[in-house]
Ligand binder design. Structure first.
Ligand SMILES: Nc1ncnc2c1ncn2[C@@H]1O[C@H](COP(=O)(O)OP(=O)(O)OP(=O)(O)O)[C@@H](O)[C@H]1O
Length: 776
């Protein structure tokens, strides 16, 4: 509902008043910052002039220290004030052009006065420093704006629930200090504003949605109870947006307790990181830590193996059907992603607690110092009720002691004498100083030949043994790669498993074993093996948990396997998890075969888990949502946001050459229509490369997005379907929607994911027959 003009004038006067005050504050702050900066520079420059330095006796030294401390405190106080003023400046700069976006009028129960509450991206107090002219959108009272329409309302504060009556809910679009438009709305935050926001062209970066957060999204953003919050949301329903605003909310709510470094977001690919990178800074917060699961695996695996990445796995599953061993590979992926395999590893680890661990000897200059059998003997002599990880630590301690006594014996070896003779004068002098420092020698030179010899020998050996000690501390004497390989290579183990009643092994387990062993022997590890390998490693070495991370966000959660979730839970024991996904976009073979989010719900138990379902889709126009939701089961439950647009088009062409010509023509017309981001989505990387080559001569600005691409840019791009996850484009061209490209049932969700990337226009091209995923 649009608001009458006189009210508009009145509101504009308030905006003027507020922006006037903001500008005054900005001027004041700039002055304050200037003088603080001068102070700081001055103190730093003259630090020593203002400190009386005297170390003559204890009393003078103490005074010197006190004076230095005082000076340092003055400096750090000034620096703190400077940081604080800078923060305020940033908030005010954000508010200057658009001080607020919403207003609610509310009368608290038992009160007669109605209060007007204005919401913005930061808070602003009046001159007295008492009343809020603008409330931060994350303040407790602001939740009213997102949760209710006019009528009875309530919100939670740290000191209890406050209830009352809302008499007005108004939205503003303010640009450059002028109210551009203004509406009064009901429960949902008005269609008008959303229409305006969603109708715009896409950006190279995701935008913040604070002005138009929807009620169900607000439940995600402000959820504080759940240990595990699962969000199942349709394509374009705002899962990623809600996740990012939730980070901002948590940083505000737990200011001083929670920092951005304690929040980790697992994103689908490196390009996605760049896509979302500006949202938090736009809201005045620092970015959380961002990583991909692959980067995390690489970090944990170090250089032990060459690790296959999920995209290589994906390319294989999409394009190698019919090749020898394809079925085995798919079965390997499916099985190793599930909890039955986790049970196998648990069982294996338990067995290893009794026997069968493989150790590597500690060798030095070709000689064995500690034999593998000795390590094994010591390990298995330890009390079996102690965990394997702790026994491993005890074994390492024993080995370090052994090395200490072995190092004494080593001093007699000829190589030590040889090396002493080759010592350069500098090292020699250094050794002498060292000896003197330790008070073991008081003369001006080495005149005791034996003392000199002993000391130098000890020094030489110690230096060489340093590396050995380091390796022992890192438990490299435990041969995890061979232990993992044995799980697949040892026939006797297999029969023990099969005898184990509750363990399920797939029918083609032997083939899976052969495939796995072959890879491991080549120093390679398949993507589906990486997490089980690390899980086993951590079980044997003791889990290296990360206790500093307090919140874990997992976007595109459907792409993670149950095994991976269990692993993450073990690695991050102290954190809450928010996982956001869409089962209809499960594109990985392991996920396709999974049972939805069921295994995930069991991770922390029902008590600590909450699930929120988002069914409204905001990204695409109504015709696009209507078109794409027909492709998937339960698609009728997806509600499009009411935004009109052109119907998707389907174009049949005679052959591939014509297809490229037709796509080229379409791109041209989309560019002429003014669309800034256009994606030609192909099924695989290989098809993308071919398409790129065919189109590029006529479209010189065309980019090819590959798995290594790290920045998301506006413009025209060819992109493989699975890399388009999580991002969006003004217009999408599906390069080949033929049945031979998307024919298998397992590719349905991939096709759906590709089509749902479109905001305003969607165009499909095919030769021969159209994929049956599109209803004629
Ligand atoms: N409340 C909202 N107000 C304004 N825009 C919104 C809102 N919710 C979502 N959007 C917009 O809808 C689009 C899709 O949002 P987002 O990418 O967060 O969805 P998603 O659920 O993560 O999608 P997908 O699973 O398909 O990747 C974005 O352009 C986002 O800005």
């Amino acid at each position: 509902m649009t608001v009458p003009n006189e009210r508009l004038d009145q509101e504009q006067r308030r905006v003027d008043g507020v922006t006037g005050l903001i500008r005054e504050r900005l001027d004041g702050l700039r002055d304050q910052l200037g003088s603080l900066r001068e102070d700081i520079v001055d103190i730093r420059r003259n630090f020593w002039d203002d400190v009386t330095v005297n170390f003559e006796d204890a009393a003078e030294s103490a005074e010197t220290h006190a004076s230095m401390k005082q000076q340092a405190e003055v400096l750090s106080e000034r620096e703190r004030s400077h940081r604080h003023a800078e923060e305020q400046l940033r908030t005010l700069l954000k508010l200057e052009h658009s001080p607020y976006f919403g207003r609610i009028d509310m009368t608290e129960d038992g009160q007669t006065k109605t209060e007007s509450i204005y919401l913005g991206v930061g808070s602003l107090l009046d001159e007295n420093g008492y009343d809020y002219l603008v409330y931060d959108w994350r303040a407790p009272v602001s939740s009213l704006y997102y949760d209710f329409g006019p009528g009875p309302v309530q919100y939670e504060t740290p000191s209890g629930v406050v209830s009352g009556e809302m008499t007005l809910k108004r939205q503003y679009i303010i640009r450059g200090g002028r109210i551009v438009s203004m509406f009064d709305t009901g429960v949902t935050i008005g269609d008008e504003l959303l229409q305006e926001v969603l109708g715009k062209q896409s950006d190279a970066q995701m935008r913040s949605i604070v002005a138009t957060i929807q009620r169900e999204q607000n439940r995600i953003i402000r959820n504080e109870r759940a240990r595990l919050l699962i969000v199942q949301g349709a394509a374009g329903s705002g899962k990623t947006s809600a996740a990012l605003q939730r980070v901002a909310y948590l940083l505000y709510r737990y200011r001083g307790i929670l920092t951005a470094e304690q929040i980790v977001l697992f994103s689908p690919n490196p390009m996605f990181n760049s896509y979302v990178a500006t949202v938090l800074p736009e809201l005045g917060e620092q970015n959380m830590q961002q990583t991909t699961y692959q980067q995390y695996l690489e970090h944990r695996l170090g250089r032990t193996f060459s690790l296959e990445d999920p995209y290589t796995q994906m390319e294989y599953t999409l394009s190698a059907a019919g090749e020898d061993g394809y079925g085995t590979r798919i079965s390997s992926i499916t099985y190793k992603s599930g909890l039955p395999f986790l049970n196998v590893i648990d069982r294996y680890a338990a067995m290893l607690g009794h026997s069968g661990l493989l150790f590597k000897p500690v060798k030095f200059k070709g000689r064995t110092l500690i034999a593998a059998s000795a390590i094994s003997e010591y390990f298995y002599m330890l009390d079996r009720s102690v965990s394997i990880g702790n026994r491993m630590r005890l074994t390492a301690e024993w080995m370090l002691k052994r090395l200490t006594s072995l190092s004494k014996e080593e001093r007699e070896q000829q190589w030590v004498q040889d090396q002493i003779e080759l010592l350069d004068p500098e090292t020699y002098a250094h050794a002498f100083e060292e000896l003197k420092r330790k008070n073991r020698f008081s003369g001006e030179s080495f005149d005791d030949f034996d003392a000199e010899k002993d000391f130098l020998a000890a020094m030489v050996v110690q230096e060489q043994f340093k590396k050995l000690r380091k390796r022992v501390k890192r438990l490299t004497f435990l041969n995890v790669p061979s232990i993992y390989k044995r799980l697949f290579g040892d026939r006797s183990l297999l029969s023990e498993y099969e005898a184990g009643s509750e363990l399920r092994l797939p029918d083609d387990w032997r083939e899976i074993c052969a495939l796995t062993v072959e890879k491991l022997e080549r120093g390679e590890i398949l993507y589906e093996d990486a997490t089980p390998y690390l899980y086993l490693k951590e079980k044997l070495e003791g889990f290296q948990t990360n206790t500093s991370v307090k919140h874990l966000f997992i976007d595109e959660a459907q792409d993670y396997s149950p095994f991976q979730y269990h692993y993450l839970k073990r690695i991050f024991p102290n954190c809450k998890m928010t996982v956001l996904g869409d089962l209809n976009q499960s594109i990985f073979a392991h996920a396709v075969a999974g049972d939805g989010f069921e295994p995930l719900s069991a991770l922390y138990g029902e008590e600590e888990t909450e699930k929120i379902v988002l069914t409204k889709s905001y990204r695409s126009t109504r015709p696009i949502v209507a078109f794409t939701s027909r492709m998937i089961e339960g698609g009728d439950r997806i509600e499009p946001f009411n935004r009109d647009g052109a119907e998707p088009t389907i174009t049949a062409v005679e052959n591939d050459e014509r297809r490229m010509l037709a796509i080229g023509g379409r791109i041209e017309s989309l560019q002429q229509a003014g669309y800034a981001s256009i994606a030609v989505i192909c099924k695989t990387a290989e098809e993308s490369a071919r398409t790129f080559e065919a189109l590029q001569p006529k479209a010189p600005h065309l980019r090819l997005i590959e798995k290594e691409t790290v920045t998301f840019e506006k413009g025209l791009a060819v992109i493989p379907s699975y890399l388009a996850k999580g991002v969006e484009f003004d217009a999408v061209v599906i390069a080949d929607a033929s049945r031979h490209a998307y024919g298998k049932e397992s590719e349905r969700k991939l096709f759906y994911t590709a089509c749902t990337r479109a905001m305003h226009e969607l165009h499909l091209f095919y030769t021969d027959r159209l994929t049956h995923f599109v209803e004629a």
